[in-house]
Design a protein around this ligand. Sequence first.
Ligand code: GLV
Length: 333
Amino acid sequence: MENKDHNQNHQSEDLPQVLLLKPTPVMAVLGEHQFSSNKYQFLKAWESPLPLYQFLTKYANSIQAILCSGAAPVTDDLLQLLPSVRLVVAASAGTNHIDLMACCRRGISVTNAGNVFSDDGADAAVGLLFDILRKISAADRYVRQGLWVKKGDYALGSKLGGKRIGIVGLGGIGLQVAKRLEAFGCIISYNSRKKKTFVSYPFYSNICELAADSDALIICCALTDQTRHMINKEVLSALGKEGFIVNIGRGAIIDEKELVRCLVEGEIAGAGLDVFEKEPDIPKQLLELENVVLSPHKAVFTPESFLALSELVVGNLEAFFSNLPLLSPVMDE
Ligand SMILES: O=CC(=O)O
């Protein structure tokens, strides 16, 4: 039986080593030729016959960078094993799978998807909002099931223009959501870690107050210790029976149990959800609700955004190994 570590390539021994723990979708776009480039040695842990720990130990003192996605967390324990790592490149906007404190403590730089996902993420958020307000997916099911013929006209949806929209997280994606929804005639307010001086939208430091003053909340912020379950029972009840929620951030920003209860009991009007607490498992009750639109965590992914991401990933590696400023560093705030 062949027991060869395909990562072993004598010609590439002197190249900077970049570890990949699991395949990341960006690989499909970058193509295999990039991953056997003559600039870096990409070490793909899953291709090695060695158990992971042994594989990591073998390359422990030479791996200088990690290219990662949410599928494989970068923990303090992992970094402890790899003392030569100086850069973590996240092929995602969110960095909740990376122990940022540990990176900071160890002097490791971190990059993410920067703004390459902002347009597609914002398009998806607006699409989900449109869908739940105008009942597009629900009406589609109605027609397909032959209910238009049997039962007559479908219930009316609600107009997007004029709605008060509370954006939670006014980063790259949140700003693009605001821009799009302003064009539809919506009234924008936001909550963020800090008030942004470059926008004139009303800032709410209190998320409950934002919810109470909004017809819909759109969650675009990062998942951190501060934002985990930030959208809780209190916030949902402030949003109220007529209120909608869209989440393209991370599932755990919302207390999902509470969200499901509010949807089932009619305490909020509807939800458009791209992300969930235990993906890809989702609470079964959501499948039965007509006022919920579900999407399999793909808001920011298009072939175009992947292409832009792959260029950014390569750009960050090149910058790092040429001692130039990183293109999309994750800043400490
Ligand atoms: O969810 C997608 C991302 O964080 O890039």
